[in-house]
Design a binder for this molecule. Structure first.
Ligand code: ZN
Length: 290
């Protein structure tokens, strides 16, 4: 499987430094770097890479997240004072950066974006309502009023190809561009295994009963904090009963149709595939080759 966007974090997350305030403070005043951001949008430098400035330029009261070590150098990012008002994945600047950034930088940006957005939206304790303080190098927030500890969220989403009779089931939402189809997906709910979430989502959206489910690959998706868990499920019937409140359409596609879509992209006559930045694209590629 080719490289998955936002995966492959190159930094040493250095957990032992997160828990050592003296080392963190020393790191901040050395040659550490601070990620340049416009809110939660990435600033891309002249070389098409993430842009950095000396960490010493951060405001005295700025909340800094320790992203990790690159060699011996500490990399940090400052928590913006507000969360992103728009769904950032829809922002032209985000897509421009995603298309442009090298894979390592995209992984660094994704982790930073996700944890910074969490800080910006969790300034108050979910238990008692009092202000919380950044802790553990930015990988925790503490409430001094009730001693609650809060941790950055990761929200699991099951995303699945369903196979039957040599064909694969894909769906489209009304917001998709014309002709686009992608893998069905849904949040894993409390009390569910990944396999159970796959079966429930496919039945809810397309009326298809899925038996065996197999894990294929995953992708961190930082808008704001999903972990996309890519699976392959097997169905015994091609019959569909589409729930139009969830999806606009769902169809079975042959290998030839999927091959044409991946080869021709927007010019394809079968369907327009998901973009290569999405794990659904890689799942389809994997399915074709398997
Ligand atoms: Zn509290």
């Amino acid at each position: 499987m080719s490289a998955i966007a936002f995966a492959g974090q190159p930094l040493d997350r250095a957990d032992h430094i997160r828990t050592d305030p003296a080392r963190l403070a020393a790191l901040r005043t050395s040659d550490a770097l601070l990620l340049r951001l416009d809110g939660l949008l990435p600033e891309v430098g002249d070389l098409g890479e993430l842009d950095w400035m000396p960490a010493t330029e951060a405001g005295a009261d700025a909340e800094l997240v320790f992203l990790g070590l690159r060699g011996a150098q500490g990399l940090f990012a400052a928590v913006p004072t507000t969360g992103d008002p728009d769904p950032a994945y829809a922002h032209r600047k985000t897509w421009g950066a995603i298309a442009q950034l090298p894979a390592d930088d995209l992984a660094i940006f994704g982790a930073a974006r996700s944890v910074l957005d969490w800080h910006a939206r969790h300034r108050f304790c979910a238990r008692c309502g009092q202000p919380t303080q950044l802790a553990k190098g930015g990988w925790q927030r503490d409430c001094s009023a009730c001693a609650a500890q809060h941790f950055p969220r990761v929200d699991p989403v099951a995303i699945m190809l369903v196979e039957c009779d040599g064909q694969v089931l894909l769906g489209r939402q009304a917001r998709f561009p014309p002709g686009s189809f992608s893998a069905l997906a849904g949040f894993v709910e409390p009390g569910e295994t990944i396999e159970e979430a796959v079966r429930r989502e496919v039945f809810e959206e397309a009326g298809v009963r899925v038996g065996e489910v197999r894990y294929i690959a995953s992708q961190p998706w930082p808008f704001p904090s999903q972990l996309m868990i890519g699976c392959l499920g097997h169905a015994d019937s091609l019959d569909l009963e589409i729930d139009n409140t969830e999806i606009e359409d769902a169809r079975w596609f042959t290998r030839a149709e999927v091959a044409e879509a991946l080869a021709k992209g927007r010019e394809s006559t079968s369907f327009v595939p998901p973009p290569p930045q999405a794990i659904a694209y890689h799942l389809l590629q994997w399915w074709l080759e398997s």
